[in-house]
Design a protein around this ligand. Structure first.
Ligand code: EPZ
Length: 414
């Protein structure tokens, strides 16, 4: 991606559906007996990969525009192969529905990735509590259960993936399940909304205890996923870093939560109206510390973008990462553009500089790519962000959206 920096962003763009809400929802569609129509689905590499995963299980999944149809009637296979799981860790989500529908699941152990180790012990403990037998064989996790039975499960820590996976298994289990210390992210609330639309009995989503009363079967439904709060946060950060003003159709301040508060503290004026969110950068640019935490804390998926913003903010700010142990790979790339960042353990002390200068840089993961694009928008000269395929996993046509807002950005042949 080639970015010519120095233009204030201005105008209106639409926020598409959330990647991290779509992925579990499309898998949860396997729990039903009939087909589901999921609307507001973004066009993304990860959604395509998940559709392929569903098809290897015998289901059908096809996307037309922003609509995705999942037909689970052919669901018959219980294995998610290594080739797919290694390209997208969220494939592990199929375990819950496979256990619930077929009584068995064989899924490749995902392994680590650029941002950290990414263990799945909490998913497995949850399934065991519901009565599944878990074995690790040849790099695959094999789970079997004659019949899942509701249980009281206390998670060691809130995990988005484990909460979603165990919730999906429990909706068809016999009896009552309670999940304590679950993830409270808006994407979990959205998944619960979808499960309820299928006929599941779920309550307490978005709080520290989710209760599920198992039902015998579920039917397909029609559902629209929530807008992507991280895509919205990224575009608001783009407005802030370029000193611009943008409107996001379908943006929701409620879902942005602490990100909106931190942006306001930094100096971005934000208002929500019937159409979405309007943002405009004022004169003040304050350094603001953030520490990533499970929701409602500051999302780790906005940490890299925040650091790009702080790199150009006068004063010192501290950005602390507590979710992933290796999510500072963007730091050395930002430094190549002139940022002044000192890493101390899991904190980055950022001293704002007056100017960044465009440079060739390398993206290491999805959100790091976004951070480098943001830095490029504000830098003097040209920035080339390499390995941009990371961006396509989770941002729908980001360069088109930024172009519509007046940025000079284009995809070059690599
Ligand atoms: C989800 O990953 C998101 N992915 C990630 O977004 C996001 O960074 C993460 O939640 C945290 O918000 C999807 O929704 C598809 P977790 P997930 O289980 O579910 C530890 C992006 O950029 N943990 O909530 O894998 C884990 O090590 C991506 O869009 C265990 O110890 O994250 C981490 O420290 C990247 N054991 C913490 O919990 C487990 O069994 C939170 O992880 C599971 C997790």
């Amino acid at each position: 991606m080639v970015v010519e920096g120095g233009r204030r962003l201005k105008g209106e763009v639409e926020i598409g559906g959330s990647k991290n809400a779509t992925l579990p929802v499309m898998v949860a569609a396997l729990l039903a007996k009939g087909p589901s129509r999921i609307r507001g689905v973004p066009r993304l590499k990860d959604v395509d990969t998940m559709a392929r995963v569903l098809e290897t299980l015998g289901a059908q999944a096809g996307q037309e525009g922003s609509e995705l149809h999942v037909d689970p009637r052919g669901l018959s296979k219980h294995e998610a192969p290594y080739d797919l799981v290694r390209t997208m860790r969220a494939s592990i989500y199929v375990m819950g529905p496979l256990l619930a529908r077929l009584g068995r699941a064989r899924v490749s152990l995902p392994g680590g990735c650029a941002i950290g180790q990414r263990p799945i012990d909490l998913h497995l403990k949850g399934f065991e509590a519901l009565g599944a037998r878990i074995e690790l064989k040849h790099g695959y996790i094999e789970a079997t259960a004659k019949a899942l039975k509701g249980a009281r499960i206390i998670f060691d820590k809130p995990s988005v993936g484990a909460t979603a996976n165990v919730m999906m298994a429990a909706v068809l289990a016999k009896g009552r399940t309670s999940l304590h210390n679950p993830a409270q992210e808006p994407e979990i609330v959205d998944l619960a909304g979808f499960l309820k639309r299928l006929g599941a009995r779920v309550s307490g989503e978005g709080t520290d205890c989710i209760e599920i009363e198992g039902v015998a079967s579920l039917s397909g439904c029609d559902y629209e996923v929530i807008p992507d709060r991280i895509a919205a946060g990224t575009l608001l950060a783009a407005a802030a870093i370029t000193g611009g003003s943008v409107s996001l159709r379908h943006g929701r301040l409620g879902d942005l939560g602490i990100v909106a508060e931190k942006l306001r503290e930094h100096g971005l004026e934000l208002v929500e109206n019937g159409r979405g969110v309007r943002a405009s950068m004022g004169r003040r640019k304050a350094p603001v510390h953030v520490t990533t935490m499970p929701h409602p804390g500051f999302p780790t998926d906005m940490q890299a973008q925040w650091m790009a913003l702080m790199a150009l903010t006068p004063g010192t700010s501290v950005v602390t990462e507590t979710i992933w142990e290796n999510r500072f790979m963007h730091v050395s790339e930002l430094e190549r553009m002139g940022a002044a960042v000192r890493i101390q353990g899991n904190s980055a002390v950022v001293t704002g500089v007056g100017r960044l200068s465009g440079a060739p840089v390398m993206a290491s993961d999805l959100r790091a790519s976004a951070a480098l694009v943001l830095a490029g928008l504000a830098a003097k000269g040209t920035t080339e962000v390499h390995r941009i395929y990371h961006l396509d996993r989770g941002y729908e046509r980001l360069e088109d959206k930024l172009t519509a807002l007046g940025a000079r950005i284009r995809r070059a042949q690599e």
